[in-house]
Design a protein around this ligand. Structure first.
Ligand SMILES: [Mg+2]
Length: 248
């Protein structure tokens, strides 16, 4: 009886030690990650959260001729004939977008929002995701859509205007003005926010470039189903309504 009692006590003490160690280790991990380590759900903007390409719409405002030139350059860049970083500034120099045009595109992004974007973003947030946008588009144009979706952080390119609202250049140092820019921004966010998980959703090859630095890359093909993205994405969806089912 005495022996049985002492065996029980030994076992009990052992279990307590084990659980105390587990709890201590858990706390240490939690501390290292930050107790509230966020889960980041990052969206591309153009042809993902909205059906339009902001740069094309900005060109369209300037008439069919400018639109055609810009579109050709975009195609050449897509074919690899011109570097993205070269086209980026040149297209803007042709368009010379004014502040009022950018505001116009801001409204257009909301008018052409992906039909399930609002519901999906709200649901994701309720499930504990921090939602962000990383875009090679323009911060001022995307801001209204981000506000509409309740998205605080927009990583995109700043446009500059003079006091009269005329075009005065863009932030040519910003990573998404060049290829390889999106993974650079993701890595920056990882260092800054120490997230427990990162998911990126987008239609473009520039989005696909984030695949090695995120936990899950989801290709998006509602508006532009690019073969390379479809082939190489870990998951591929045709509407944002499908997103909750593929989130880890
Ligand atoms: Mg896109």
């Amino acid at each position: 009886m005495e022996n049985r009692a002492s065996c029980f006590e030994v076992a009990q003490a052992g279990s307590l030690r084990y659980f105390r160690k587990r709890i201590a280790r858990g706390c240490a991990d939690g501390f290292r990650r930050g107790v509230s380590a966020p889960k980041l759900l990052i969206f591309d903007c153009d042809s993902t959260l909205s059906s339009i390409e902001g740069i094309d719409e900005l060109a369209r405002v300037r008439g069919p001729e400018i639109f055609k030139r810009v579109e050709e350059m975009t195609n050449e860049a897509m074919d690899g004939k011109i570097a993205v970083e070269a086209v980026f500034g040149r297209r803007l120099e042709i368009i010379l977008p004014e502040a009022k045009h950018v505001a116009q595109i801001g409204r257009r992004y909301i008018e052409t929002i992906e039909p399930d974007a609002k519901t999906v973003v709200d649901r994701a947030r309720a499930a504990g995701w921090t939602v962000l946008i990383i875009s090679g588009g323009f911060r001022q144009a995307i801001r209204p859509l981000a506000d509409f979706l309740g998205i605080e952080r927009v990583e995109a390119v700043d446009l500059f205007f003079d006091a009269s609202g005329n075009y005065a250049g863009f932030d040519d140092k910003y990573p998404t003005t060049r290829s390889g820019g999106k993974p650079e921004v993701v890595n920056r966010l990882r260092r800054e926010l120490s997230p427990s998980k990162i998911v990126m959703v987008g239609d473009g090859v520039s989005d696909l470039e984030t695949k090695p630095v995120v936990d899950l890359f989801v290709g998006f093909g509602r508006y532009m189903a690019r073969e390379k993205v479809k082939r190489e994405a870990a998951r591929f969806i045709h509407g944002l309504a499908e997103l909750p089912d593929v989130l880890p």
